[in-house]
Design a binder for this molecule. Sequence first.
Ligand SMILES: Cc1cc2nc3c(=O)[nH]c(=O)nc-3n(C[C@H](O)[C@H](O)[C@H](O)COP(=O)(O)OP(=O)(O)OC[C@H]3O[C@@H](n4cnc5c(N)ncnc54)[C@H](O)[C@@H]3O)c2cc1C
Length: 490
Amino acid sequence: MPKDHLAGAQDHYDVVVIGAGLAGLTSANILARQGRSVLLLEQHYKLGGLATWFKRPGHHTFDISLHGFPYGMVKSCRRYWSPEIAESIVQLTGIRFDNPMFSLTTSFNRDDFTKLLIDQFQLDPNTVKEFFDTARGMNFYDDQTTTARELFDRFFPGREDVIRLLMEPITYANGSTLEDPAISYGIVFSNFMSKGVYTFEGGTDKLVGAMEQELKKSGVDIRIRSDCEQVLVEGDKVKGVVVNGRTIKCDAVVSNSNLMSTIFKLVGEEKFDRGFIDDAKNVRVNNSSTQVYIALKPDDPLDESMGDLFFTSTAPTFNTDALLSRDITSRTYSMYYPKTRPEGRPQKLIVSSTNARWEDWDLPEAEYEASKQDLCETTLDALDHYVPGVRERAVHVEASTPRTFNHYTQHMHGASFGTKFEGLAVSRALPQQIHGLYHAGSVGIIMSGWLGAMNYGVIVANEVDSTLMTGGSASTDAAERAVVADASTN
Ligand SMILES: Cc1cc2nc3c(=O)[nH]c(=O)nc-3n(C[C@H](O)[C@H](O)[C@H](O)COP(=O)(O)OP(=O)(O)OC[C@H]3O[C@@H](n4cnc5c(N)ncnc54)[C@H](O)[C@@H]3O)c2cc1C
């Protein structure tokens, strides 16, 4: 008989959280600390969602999405998780760029970027200062019609090299393009520029393990291998969920599943107003990624002079289409040295990441496998330029594609960063459509990435708590503004 992963679960909870990505985990933890009974459902066999890792023989542990996040994670982890988690966050200082326009190394903060833009890119110091101040002053509630391209044209007309320096890492960090609203660029860029790029010492496995301990302390009922099939709605109210064939009742649902799956698969479009569904149908799902995971021998001579995060491209100029193309010209290498996991066996790993489109990987099986193999081979060729002889030095090489991300998270098209900007308004409008139904997870660029997803989990948890307390009449604008302000000032 198959194992019952819901054995001992109650028939009713205050809140059911569907999905254990960083937003779902954070919402569950906050709600349980606030005294709510919380059931956390995860369809996969481990917690973390895209914040994940995998192990291979030879003591290699590969991180999938631990490449860098802004300093704001320290504050969010301390407030909403634990001081111990916050204390493991450390800075990455070796950020490198190499492309036909420029090669440089930076600590990726405002002081260093200002110096680079004035000394190497020969820009007027006042223009640079004004640009930084403008980006810093942007917030969530600002004008959304100005695009990132218009912002750059205002400050640096004709300077494609400057646009590349400023935009390429953010495109990598959240999938945003020059056509997206300038605020989705400005907020994330300023978050990084405030203090640089950070990582979690000990790896994603340590972080998610520590979070699991906190969730247990908070009293969350955690269930893995529990695939939520349906959110039950009666009239305009959430009544419960169907999971692994069992019905569990609840007063509120926080879905950390992709926004589109939440609306169209878990609830069903017939439960919403026509106008809302029209808006939802216009939401664009964000792009996905490919990665190549390369393990070197622990005693390989690769040293920290290679840097921590290395943005490389052979494309003559910055161009979103080229960044997404299957004909890869841009690769971002993350280096993992023994310092990444000081407590484990020493390891030297390189993960090459590239933004990617689902269509390019939605192939018949044999073609798909061949394309994956080609991805590994061409990546080794490209990396050889920086790590000579890498093909012979590598002891393990494998690749993931948009299909891999879709398989493990059920995200439509394997989206790495949820939806485009318009998804945010649709996500926020869910509880107005169905009382007790919330979505927390990567949407709208700003609320994606480790920090964005976590902070969105905080906003939604406060909203749910307040709704449960008042029976639905509470406004959480103040809570939302406080968290968004926090996210924007770290
Ligand atoms: C290759 C790659 C590299 C990245 N690099 C970085 C980086 O360096 N820095 C950074 O900040 N961000 C990075 N990101 C993005 C970041 O990982 C994500 O934005 C963030 O982790 C998403 O969190 P989330 O809460 O939205 O949910 P997700 O992590 O998407 O998790 C959603 C969870 O819901 C579960 N689920 C879905 N449907 C159901 C269901 N019906 N029933 C039960 N469970 C369900 C899924 O299994 C999953 O566990 C990267 C992403 C990728 C793919």
